[in-house]
Design a protein around this ligand. Structure first.
Ligand SMILES: [Zn+2]
Length: 258
């Protein structure tokens, strides 16, 4: 797997390529957008019949996001993602694990989710797992579909466990890895889970959530936190969660990738 962190080694910029005029030289905002779109389309069409550039990035360094690409088998963590709450050199190791650590674990796990697992290390569509591993994986996936499908993002509106399967597997992968790094350190686990939740904090209208449930491959953020943590053993240790507590899930119903 190739790791692409912060910014690409080579990149083109609109200003250097003469695509847009710098401010003060006469072009309007609309002119700039049209010029950038034309230039981007030209770059895409020029790729036809040329070898794949495996060093290319799909998003800019200024994007607050990350991704895994199963066709190039790489994870991309742009520079903009390397700031609080995800990462800060002055925040604790545990907080960084709950932020960027869980994100990196999430992206790596995508290589092994219901979609990524169908592609080999070169990005070719090839079943490289044994039949029995594949069957076991499908059984675990069904548990994920059922588990997440029971979570309500807002009252009366449950998550679509099938639509969100790959992202839910990636979330569980990320949180499992960072939880295991901190092992039995209860205070560090508390900090890590708190920053994990904080990094997803957002204000979203009910209408937006209803729309998300139908179209977005990610579970709504409140479910991404609550469902993942309710299946993490470390979370029960860190906050002494007991039967009767809101986030308690009976052990037989909890999910794991193993
Ligand atoms: Zn993802």
């Amino acid at each position: 797997m190739q790791l692409k962190i912060a910014y690409p080694d080579k990149y083109k910029t609109w200003v250097n390529e003469g695509v847009i005029k710098t401010s003060g030289k006469g072009s309007s905002f609309i002119d700039k957008i049209v010029a950038i779109n034309k230039w981007s389309a030209k770059l895409e069409t020029e790729k036809v019949n040329t070898p794949v550039d495996r060093s290319a990035w799909g998003i800019s360094p200024q994007t607050i996001n990350g991704y895994y690409d199963h066709l190039t088998n790489d994870i991309v963590i742009p520079a903009a993602m390397l700031q609080a709450p995800f990462y800060d050199e002055n925040q604790s190791y545990a907080k960084n694990l709950g932020g960027i650590g869980a994100v990196i674990g999430h992206e790596i796990t995508h290589a092994f989710d219901d979609n990524g697992s169908k592609y080999d290390e070169k990005g070719n569509l090839r079943q490289w797992w044994s039949d029995s591993d594949h069957n076991e994986f499908n059984k675990l996936s069904n548990k994920f579909i059922e588990y997440y499908g029971n979570f309500e993002a807002i009252p009366g509106h449950k998550v679509d466990g099938e639509l969100t399967l790959g992202e839910n597997i990636a979330d569980l992968g990320g949180i499992s890895v960072v939880s295991s790094i901190l092992s039995d350190d209860v205070n560090a686990l508390k900090e890590m889970y708190t920053n994990y939740a904080y990094s997803f904090a957002s204000i979203v209208s009910d209408d937006e959530i209803k729309d998300q449930i139908q179209h977005d491959e990610h579970s709504p953020n409140n479910v991404r936190i609550n469902a993942a943590l309710s299946s993490s053993e470390g979370f029960y240790k860190a906050f002494d969660v007991k039967e009767g507590d809101k986030m308690y899930v009976v052990p037989e119903k909890r999910i794991a990738l193993y």
